[in-house]
Design a protein around this ligand. Structure first.
Ligand code: NAD
Ligand code: ATP
Length: 287
């Protein structure tokens, strides 16, 4: 049987909050959530750019990372992903409060928060540690909670990407690109292009071609202690997209190395949350 983590919050008295960007109308919900935390004696530290979006005062993220016991993201899955990417090095776990649509990663609704915090002292939560991947080129390093996508630049032509494992060539991908996904990201873009679903508390890379020209190309699941390297062998170069949120250009012959990051992304979930039930509901299996 798979053992879930026994990790607990050391203290539950300070929370850092980050809001979904470009949505100042979130202000009313922010104050409802802030008052709910304060009612439970949890001091709130609102991150500076979130604060300026709603005309409030805020704090630098680095200072918040050093100060708080945990983070709360207010938004959808995209906001939670970005909060994990920006804070995971501090080892502080993140509670996703869902204002979005799908809520695959963010399971707590505003209406559930008061009750959840009421029972926090009775350990009604768990902390799931999920793999993060580190990508690097000769000039840049980036971290992904879901996926790193190496994609063609031009809509009208295919791209060729040569791949190596631990320095040894293993494949050349012709097509629209390649997704390197974490198990957490396996239910995102990877799923849409026919990649496998992988239980999120495992450590593996999922390498899934996007619209491969050769029908023999298949998604691959690789141990996370490998280093995999992708070299763009296309005159036009390519783009690297990190969690659908950051985009970098890579030149012809430039390589992108992928490794497991040394730290994990940590999500706070209700103890009763069941991954397979979430899969079943969100993907409407059996309907
Ligand atoms: N064709 C596609 O399916 C496609 C294309 C581009 C990007 N994406 C995914 O979008 C992700 C970024 O998500 P976003 O919310 O910031 O962008 P977004 O707002 O464009 O939403 C993408 C959708 O994917 C869902 N999602 C995100 N991460 C998920 C996960 N781990 N499991 C299940 N569903 C998930 C979101 O809830 C949302 O419904 C990228 O990491 C990439 O995997 C998917
Ligand atoms: N810090 C960030 N930097 C760049 N983009 C971000 C950031 N935070 C969130 N986003 C993007 O903002 C968009 C909307 O955010 P979010 O996904 O949280 O809301 P949603 O679309 O309503 O919910 P869901 O994704 O759960 O359906 C997403 O495309 C997400 O990637």
């Amino acid at each position: 049987m798979h053992k879930i983590s026994k990790e607990k919050l050391q203290s539950k008295s300070k929370v850092g909050i980050i809001l979904r960007p470009s949505t100042p109308e979130i202000k009313e919900n922010y104050f409802i959530i802030k008052h709910c935390f304060e009612k439970h004696n949890i001091e709130v530290f609102l991150e500076r750019s979130s604060a300026s979006m709603i005309d409030e005062d805020g704090y630098d993220l680095d200072m918040i990372c050093d100060t708080v016991d945990f983070f709360a993201s207010i938004g959808g899955d995209g906001t939670l992903i970005s909060v994990v990417r920006r804070t995971f090095k501090s080892n502080k776990p993140v509670l996703g409060i869902n204002l979005g649509n799908l809520g695959f990663l963010t399971d707590l609704k505003i209406a559930d928060l008061d009750n959840f915090l009421d029972n926090l002292e009775t350990d009604n939560y768990r902390i799931d540690s999920r793999m993060i991947i580190k990508g690097s080129t000769n000039i840049k390093k980036f971290f992904a909670f879901n996926d790193i996508v190496i994609s063609r630049k031009s809509l009208s032509s295919m791209i060729k990407i040569d791949a190596k494992i631990d320095g040894k060539p293993f494949n050349s991908y012709f097509g629209d690109g390649v997704i390197i996904s974490t198990p957490n990201g396996s239910t995102a873009y990877n799923l849409s292009v026919g990649g496998p679903l992988v239980y999120p508390l495992t450590d593996v890379f999922i390498v899934t071609p996007v619209a491969p020209h050769s029908l023999t190309q298949r998604p691959l699941v690789l141990p996370a202690d490998f280093e995999i390297e992708f070299t763009v062998s296309d005159n036009q170069g390519a783009v690297v997209i990190v969690d659908g949120q950051d985009i970098y250009e890579v030149e012809h012959n430039q390589s992108v190395k992928i490794q497991i990051a040394s730290k994990k992304g940590k999500l706070i979930h209700r103890k009763t949350r069941n991954y397979f039930q979430v899969l079943n509901e969100k993907l409407q299996w059996g309907k």
